[in-house]
Design a protein around this ligand. Structure first.
Ligand SMILES: Nc1ncnc2c1ncn2[C@@H]1O[C@H](COP(=O)(O)OP(=O)(O)O)[C@@H](O)[C@H]1O
Ligand SMILES: Nc1ccn([C@@H]2O[C@H](COP(=O)(O)O)[C@@H](O)[C@H]2O)c(=O)n1
Length: 244
């Protein structure tokens, strides 16, 4: 049984780059862990190693399969009430206690959970990522480090149009209508204000400097907790916060 030693929360607006930051930090941490355990590991070994558990908030949209497609299409998915916070809290508590969860999966094309559940095992590091990852106090209290990814609204909507049309089965008109009616106002009312909860603000999504800093900070805290000496090059320097 693994009891996680570090829980990271990554919030930010739609299209900000949260998933990309999560992917890069995860790859960096897996590479670090694999290198410690197996200095000659190749890329396939790295992909197979599971030292990080990813918890996307998107999988915790409330199950509204009782509603018609038309009704589900009109839900405000950027309001906190769209999420099943209770299930998320239960699952995070279980993972933090070293127990596996059956994680729901979400299908954006039909605005509903799929029938599939994926068994997710706890790893040494847990990354919780989503637009409102820093919204719920009980969830935020679990985080050892809180990140807010900040990207200009025009860049985010351009990224979102491309993604929603290509990958989420949406029309251009639909994306624009949803953005103006709910995504933008909810971002301003609920998402952006969570920036003040963050320990670190990362501009533009993934960038090499930010990922290196995150990796070093997580490594320092994990080493300290495990009672290990930091590597020679690890200065234990404090985290850097980016200003607006
Ligand atoms: N720093 C960056 N520079 C350029 N494109 C980026 C950057 N970060 C993310 N992207 C791209 O923007 C899109 C949205 O990123 P994603 O990480 O999925 O955002 P989010 O999870 O916040 O919605 C993706 O196509 C991704 O490749
Ligand atoms: N059925 C749904 C559920 C959610 N959305 C949108 O997804 C966005 C959050 O995901 P990101 O990967 O962009 O962070 C959120 O802004 C919702 O509007 C949706 O369109 N349909």
């Amino acid at each position: 049984m693994i009891t996680p030693s570090f829980v990271l929360g990554i919030a930010g607006g739609t299209g900000a780059g949260k998933t990309t930051v999560t992917r890069e930090v995860t790859a960096a941490l897996r590479a670090d862990d694999e290198e410690c355990e197996n200095p000659s590991a190749d890329r396939d070994d790295l992909m197979a190693s599971e030292s990080v558990t990813h918890v996307p908030l998107d999988n915790y949209y409330a199950d509204r399969s009782d509603l018609s497609f038309a009704r589900r299409e009109s839900i405000n998915y950027d309001h906190p009430s769209a999420f099943d916070w209770e299930l998320l809290r239960t699952h995070l508590d279980r993972l933090c206690a070293g127990r596996a969860v059956e994680m729901p999966q979400y299908d954006f094309e039909v605005h509903a959970r799929t029938d599939e559940r994926v068994r997710v095992e706890p790893a040494d590091v847990i990354v919780v990522e989503g637009i409102l990852a820093l919204h719920d106090e009980a969830v935020t209290d679990l985080f050892d480090l809180r990140i807010y990814v900040e990207t200009d609204a025009d860049v985010r909507i351009l990224r979102r149009i491309r993604r929603d049309v290509l990958k989420r089965g949406r029309s251009l008109e639909g994306v624009i209508e949803q953005y103006l009616s709910t995504v933008k106002p909810m971002h301003e009312q609920f998402v952006e204000p969570t920036k003040k909860e963050a320990d670190l603000v990362i501009p533009e999504g993934a960038n090499a400097v930010a990922v290196d800093l995150l990796e070093a900070a997580i490594g320092t805290i994990r080493n300290r907790r495990a009672g290990r000496e930091p590597p020679a090059e690890d200065t234990g320097a404090p985290l850097v916060e980016y200003d607006d």
